[in-house]
Write a protein of this length. Structure first.
Length: 410
């Protein structure tokens, strides 16, 4: 088995001196265990996504430990993950990663949830020359800094909503006008700009393209502005809480579009649970789908369906792409460590840089920046409370339900 540009503000946040929160679980400190450090949100605005990240990490850890461990040269190692709560705070994430390296002496770093925390963590691991693989920070700016020690298994943020627009181009009557709202964090900004660029060059008319404060609790003015323009398509670059708030406000203000699409939200169990039937017809860009037809390398679940069945049996819910991409980050480390044949950080870094393998998640291959720019994305839609993959046609298990009915006719 095979074991961006960050802003000056983010860079400064790395060295801000605040108290470090207590860790959530101890690492196993013995020479027969490879220990990973992971600063993952357990509290704050992105605690739900953080929980999904941790599930994905732990699913891999438990699989490896129950299947003999990781083979490194002539020795076999168990794995453990030392967690700490970054509180959805990039400054805290950076301090925790530094603590993992300097005080806890972990072997490697698994990334936080979210682009802001991934960016500050990346600055730290670069200084410490410690490899980090992350599956939950897709902002391309993270990978435009010339860093050598950060690797991301995700497709870039700018591609998150492209699939929804590609799907829309095939519908009849074809929708024409597009409204795009984005939170002002790095990931969401790139999502929105990527959608706007694609729309403008593929025959759509962008009638609205504005940003709002990340983690805001009131989007009524944004929704009112969009309603006045009556667009065919409404897209949002943001995270779960913002997607929930927007969808509820669209209903409150009776905004009717042919397509509602979100970068984050529809794939998560919480979105469907919180909105109930009001989640139906919503589209989401997704890094991974249970119907994706990849044939993975031996040594782990080789197909999306196998992974999904085993994951659901363990956690009681179908995995979403946050779970899958987190597991994929661990797999990247596993393959690289086994191929390096050592726990030496430089040799493992080099093995990551040259990695080229297909997994249940898709291809794991990094460009010179450390970004997995080789993997395509898909589109899911919620239909009768269930998540269906509707694009591209090669992996769909349902046809798109188009157009979205008006609120009064649902």
């Amino acid at each position: 088995m095979f074991v961006r540009r960050t802003t000056a503000l983010l860079a400064a946040a790395v060295i801000t001196a605040l108290a470090v929160p207590s860790t959530l679980s101890p690492a196993v400190a013995d020479t027969d265990t490879i220990v990973f450090g992971a600063a993952v949100a357990a509290t704050g605005a992105q605690a739900n996504e953080g929980a999904l990240t941790r599930e994905g990490y732990d699913f891999w850890k438990d699989y490896v430990n129950s299947h003999g461990g990781v083979k490194v040269g002539g020795k076999t190692y168990k794995v453990d993950i030392k967690y700490a709560d970054d509180e959805t705070n990039p400054q805290t994430a950076a301090r925790l990663v530094e603590k993992f390296v300097d005080q806890d002496h972990v072997n490697f770093i698994l990334g936080p949830y979210g682009s802001p925390s991934s960016a500050t963590a990346a600055a730290v691991v670069e200084r410490k020359k410690m490899p980090m693989v992350e599956g939950n920070g897709a902002a391309e700016s993270i990978f435009n800094q010339g860093y050598r020690y950060t690797f991301g298994v995700l497709s870039p943020a700018r591609r998150y909503l492209e699939g929804i627009l590609q799907l829309a181009m095939q519908e009849k009557p074809r929708p024409v006008t597009v409204a795009i709202a984005s939170a002002n964090d790095a990931f969401s900004t790139e999502v929105g700009q990527g959608a706007a660029d694609f729309a403008s060059t593929h025959g759509f008319k962008v009638v609205y393209n504005n940003r709002y404060p990340a983690n805001t609790t009131d989007l009524s003015s944004v929704v009112s502005a969009i309603k006045a323009l009556n667009p065919d398509i409404v897209l949002n670059g943001g995270h779960l809480n913002e997607a929930l708030l927007l969808q509820r406000t669209f209903k409150e203000q009776n905004v009717n579009a042919k397509i509602f699409g979100y970068s984050v939200g529809p794939d998560t169990p919480e979105f469907r649970k919180a909105l109930g039937k009001d989640a139906n017809f919503v589209y989401g860009g997704t890094q991974w789908s249970t119907t994706a037809k990849y044939k993975g390398s031996p040594g782990f679940y080789t197909s999306s369906l196998e992974y999904a069945k085993a994951f659901q049996a363990k956690y009681g819910h179908v995995p979403d792409y946050h779970n899958a991409e987190s597991t994929a980050a661990c797999l990247a480390f596993e393959y690289a460590i086994e191929r390096a044949g050592t726990l030496d950080t430089e040799k493992v870094r080099d093995a990551l840089q040259s990695l080229d393998v297909v997994t249940f998640f898709g291809i794991l291959k990094f460009d010179k920046r450390g970004l997995n720019s080789f993997k395509p994305m898909a589109v899911n839609q919620i239909q009768n409370g269930e998540l269906k993959t509707v694009w591209p046609t090669a992996v769909q298990n349902a046809q798109p339900a188009y157009p979205t009915p008006e609120w009064a006719k649902r």
